[in-house]
Design a protein around this ligand. Structure first.
Ligand code: PBG
Ligand code: ZN
Length: 320
């Protein structure tokens, strides 16, 4: 008889045949840096996540390095927003200053800068707006300016999350011309118009003031189109591809692991985190086990990199 249970008979036997593992090295921890002083402001819908001001960010960076996590994804929250998101590409903007500060505190940290306009625009959209429409090509130079200014501030990697067409090629060119040919681009290639982002929009104060993001982010119904998005970005020079959200889109991740040779990142987004936290607080699930199962699910589907708000907990659990 074919007996699959033979290889499950003991812990050591199971360890021997385990196909996937989660490593601390795989993890990227997202951080929210706010303008102002003495801020450690809890994000209500994301227990354990805070907005930090620059004068306190060392507390977080120490915790991250203490856990052994080696990469952070930086989001800036400016005080001043305008139509064109000018703080996104101000050389002294909050995100640029945050990158400088984190690199000072932890030179070996891989500091990844999220590049988008939505945290910086008064209308909360990821691109320029004209007569209620989100402009594509007119947005590209602003994203490129933001990318170059962040690379200038010391960012080790640029992660454009806007979903405008042609942005990867445009940003690649701009980085190359500015002397940053060696700065990789981690593209949010398959980013779906998802309801799982709503806690993030509280955290980053980036909800659109009108309409939604469906003319630029993807329709959750479309798996083949997600592959197309990824292949286009790869063709434009992306170094790493992100599939986002994570768990509801593992099919896309798996498909991409067959179709691309680039490293793949799964973004376990805010709503996925909040749901786990909420259920755990109720005592309805075992947080540690659920989180670790979620992590291994992303690895099994093909993630090389996991971007998650659970990163510090996961790192601690892995080190136990
Ligand atoms: C900005 C951006 C968003 C996320 C990452 N970058 C929100 C959005 O597109 O509305 C979501 C991250 C999360 O939910 O954890 N474009
Ligand atoms: Zn955006």
């Amino acid at each position: 008889m074919k007996r699959t249970r033979r290889l499950r008979s003991s812990r050591a036997m199971r360890d021997l045949v385990r196909e996937n593992r989660v490593y601390i090295d795989d993890l990227v921890y997202p951080v929210f840096v706010a303008e102002g002083e003495n801020i450690k402001r809890p994000v209500e819908s994301m227990p354990g996540v805070y907005q930090w001001s620059l004068d306190r960010i060392h507390e977080l960076v120490n915790e991250v390095t203490g856990c052994g996590v080696k990469a952070m994804l930086v989001f800036g929250i400016p005080l001043h927003k305008d139509e064109t998101g000018s703080q996104a590409y101000d050389p002294d903007g909050i995100a640029q200053r945050a990158v400088r500060r984190i690199k000072d505190l932890a030179p070996d940290m891989v500091v990844i800068s999220d590049v988008c306009l939505c945290e910086y625009t008064s209308h909360g959209h990821c691109g320029l707006v004209e007569h209620g429409r989100i402009l594509n090509d007119e947005t590209l130079p602003l994203l490129a300016k933001a990318s170059v200014s962040l690379a200038n501030a010391g960012a080790d990697m640029i992660a454009p999350s806007d979903m405008m067409d042609g942005r990867i090629g445009y940003i690649r060119n701009a980085l190359d011309e500015a002397g940053f040919a060696n700065t990789p681009i981690m593209a949010y290639s398959a980013k779906f118009a998802s309801s799982y982002y709503s806690p993030f929009r509280d955290a980053a104060d980036s909800a659109p003031a009108f309409g939604d993001r469906k003319t630029y982010q993807m329709d959750p119904a479309n798996g083949r189109e997600a592959v197309r998005e990824c292949l286009i970005d790869a063709g434009e020079g992306a170094d790493i591809l992100i599939i986002k959200p994570g768990l509801p889109y593992l099919d896309v991740l798996k498909e991409m692991s067959r179709k691309s040779l680039l490293p793949l990142a799964s973004y376990n987004v805010s709503g996925e985190y909040s749901m786990v936290k909420a259920a755990a607080r109720q005592g309805w699930i075992d947080e540690k086990r659920i989180v670790m199962e979620n992590m291994i699910a992303m690895k099994r589907a093909g993630a090389d990199i996991i971007i998650t708000y659970h990163a510090l907990d996961v790192a601690r659990w892995l080190a136990e």
